[in-house]
Design a protein around this ligand. Sequence first.
Ligand code: SF4
Length: 328
Amino acid sequence: MAETIPSFADYDHIIVAMSTGKDSLACHLKLIEDGADPAKIEWWHHDVDGQEGSSLMDWPITRDYGAKLADAFGIPLYFSWKEGGFEREMCRDGAPTARNHFETPSGLKSAGGNSHKTGTRRKFPQCSADLSVRWCSAYLKIDVASTAINNQERFLGKRTLFVTGERAQESAARARYKTFEPHRTDLRHSPRRYRHVDHWRPIHAWSEEQVWDIIRRHGVNPHPAYHAGFGRVSCMNCIFMSHNQAATIQAHAPDRIGKLANYEKEFGCTIHRTLGVLERAAKGTPYEAATSEAMKRCLGEEYDLPILVDPKNWIIPAGAFGESCGPT
Ligand code: SF4
């Protein structure tokens, strides 16, 4: 079936949900190759840990790598997050969910957090394709982005293309996603608050080969975690981590995985129903590519390698085509 490419000239804004992983990067590169005007593009990155000091889930290097990646392409990068991030949401005990913060062209804004509806979590999100129980994606990414669109006047009376990088190859659940549909914030039929927002998944039909190929063509040095052997990059301590990923993190950042283990003990409930995270680490083998130097870079806060390299010298990272454990 022929691929449908939206007419970019019909949009005022193009937002790319930029995790800094390979799929969101491929979305941006495809937009450029398909002729989208870079001046209309902006990247949105959701900090899963928030910006209030929690360091439970995210790779420490991601923010700086993302900032330098955005600089290299001349694209504005806006960070957004739920206050207190994953940790606060997970520890909610008879309390309402926190508000969301989002950077905008006119500064930092906040919205939400006014609900009187209280709730208690005190357990990790469940490893399920159902977003109502795997609440991390819904509460820390999807809702944060929707809040940021709903609360910026600049999208009213305009047409916006919202771009995300899910691929059918990743899971049966993702295979069922539509490639193009009205975004959940769309108000195209509202006579008083018109806002047209389309959701496009431009690489939905792509294979992993195609993703790495476009990154190679543009000579982009991918997120350091790929060089350390990880096949998917979003949260370092993703609830979907494999035994080998757990073993790699245990070998290089025992304090980070130790925090997960402490919460498992406190909640009396492990992330996976049968084994605790440290038992899983004990069953795995650290990635060979996760050398001290490679992991030091992932665990640092300053990215010190070039972002763009000559495509002729581009090297496929060790994590490509490897274990692909991540959100289903
Ligand atoms: S990467 Fe994993 S832990 Fe992080 S938000 Fe997504 S599913 Fe949740």
